[in-house]
Write a protein that binds this ligand. Structure first.
Ligand SMILES: NC(=O)c1ccc[n+]([C@@H]2O[C@H](COP(=O)([O-])OP(=O)(O)OC[C@H]3O[C@@H](n4cnc5c(N)ncnc54)[C@H](OP(=O)(O)O)[C@@H]3O)[C@@H](O)[C@H]2O)c1
Length: 429
């Protein structure tokens, strides 16, 4: 006997919402065969009914109140594509789960902040809360961690997971232009979120790395413990210096698990130009996962955009249509433990840039303070003078960031130090 269609309500008809409708329309045959039944749109909703949209929606049922769709008996799945960590999106999802409806969302901010609570609710109601599209767009990294690598002890998950930042850093290098000029260009192209700090401030990457860490380590999601540094202070000079040393600068999200606990951070890093991360350009994302049996695996693909994001949403919907309802974070939400968070305990090398007064004894003072904090110098270069001052570049041997920060703090207070010192971690990935 033919199975009943899976009826979905789509809330949010922007880039992703329209992408999902377009995908469902164009690939209907494949989707129906793979899902084992039809996936049918029972209702659509957005803020403005009369807004001109790129595709014809006239044959679909318009529902003006988003919460009404969550209450609708004719709908099995709510696809939330509004965005925002609280407010309407959260109310819609809560209501849908309480009404025993499955939920599919691309909303990383909401999952990063409320994922644990919502996962408990979904499991209590025996429905699915799926968010493949929330991390790395078209790369199926959620499924990989939740299912394909699920037997491994994962020690590390890291990646370039914000396409906008990677685009800006790539363009600064290609066009040899300052951050402000390329940031404006990215804004004009519509690549930057309304609140730019989500992208360039590293918050979006932090949302994503906290989700990946929970899936990878079987720990309770913990966004508040992500150390976040964005790309706003990356200068063209640092990009050029990194290039001259065989590196490129990438914004990385990094989550590590050791016996001491879990660390999560987002920060711009120097990566070897010839490494996989070093070759990553524009909006492309890449995630690497290290598991104790699988060893190192990596996944590359488009990190955003209508098609890739819709692809992830459709795969969640096909799973639900097939009856594959898995736990939200790969194991029962009630078993996810709050992990001990370790901050900045891992060691790495650093690129340092100082602007120092050009007079005898200056370098000795600098080296003295680094030595006091047991930081040893691997390479040092003095660049062309700027008036009375000399830019000095240093690459350190591996050291703890806590020690480095204390040294930088002390150096920045010296009279010889003429501008705020720059330090960027080096990840020899
Ligand atoms: N864009 C991407 O490439 C991408 C990639 C991965 C994940 N995501 C995530 O996907 C979600 C949607 O992103 P998007 O880029 O598609 O956003 P968007 O283009 O800004 O679209 C948002 C949609 O939500 C509707 N909306 C806003 N507030 C509403 C409310 N109170 N009630 C009903 N509808 C409301 C808007 O209605 P109107 O159209 O009438 O204004 C609009 O259709 C976000 O969580 C985002 O982080 C996006």
């Amino acid at each position: 006997m033919e199975k009943d269609p899976l009826k979905i309500g789509i809330i949010g008809l922007g880039t992703v919402g329209l992408g999902v409708i377009d995908f469902l329309t164009k690939n209907i045959e494949t989707i129906t065969l793979r899902a084992g039944r039809e996936i049918r749109i029972s209702g659509i909703c957005a803020k403005r009914k009369n807004k001109k949209r790129k595709i014809d929606l006239s044959k679909l049922k318009w529902i003006s109140d988003p919460l009404a769709l969550s209450n609708d008996d004719e709908t099995d799945v709510i696809v939330e594509l509004i965005g925002g960590e609280d407010g309407t999106a959260k109310s819609i999802i809560e209501k849908a789960l309480l009404n025993n409806k499955h939920v599919v969302t691309a909303n990383k901010a909401l999952i990063a902040h409320h994922g644990h609570y919502l996962a408990l609710l979904a499991e209590e109601q025996q429905v699915s809360l799926s968010f493949e599209a929330a991390v790395a767009g078209g790369i199926p990294i959620v499924k990989i961690l939740r299912e394909s690598l699920s037997g491994n002890e994962v020690s590390r998950v890291y990646g370039v997971i914000n396409g906008t930042c990677n685009y800006i850093l790539t363009q600064m290098e290609n066009d040899q232009q300052d951050y402000s000029k390329i940031f404006k260009q990215a804004q004009d192209l519509g690549f930057v979120e309304k609140d730019p700090s989500l992208d360039v401030g590293g918050i979006d990457s932090a949302h994503k790395i906290s989700i990946l860490a929970s899936l990878a380590f079987g720990s309770r999601i913990n966004f508040d413990n992500v150390l976040i540094k964005g790309i706003e202070n990356i200068s063209l000079l640092d990009i050029k210096n990194a290039n001259a040393m065989g590196y490129r600068i990438k914004l990385l999200g990094l989550a590590n698990k050791s016996k001491a606990g879990i660390s999560q951070e987002v920060e711009p890093c120097l990566v070897p130009r010839e490494s996989l991360f070093g070759k990553l350009d524009g909006g492309t994302n890449m995630v690497m996962v290290e598991g104790n049996f699988v060893e190192q695996t990596h996944y590359i693909g488009p990190g955003a955009g209508a098609g890739p994001t819709a692809s992830s949403i459709i795969s969640d919907l096909i799973d639900i249509a097939r009856g594959n309802i898995s736990t939200t974070f790969g194991q029962k939400a009630s078993q996810l433990k709050i992990s001990h968070h370790v901050t900045e305990e891992f060691i790495s090398s650093f690129y340092l840039r100082f602007l120092l007064t050009d007079k005898p004894g200056t370098l000795a003072q600098l080296a003295g303070i680094l030595g006091k904090y047991t930081i040893s110098i691997n390479r040092m270069r003095q660049l062309h003078h700027q008036d009375e001052n000399a830019p000095v570049l240093i690459v350190t041997h591996p050291t703890k960031k806590t020690l480095l920060k204390s040294a930088i703090d002390e150096i920045s207070k010296l009279e010889i130090c003429k501008s705020e010192p720059v330090y960027i971690k080096i990840e020899d990935l």
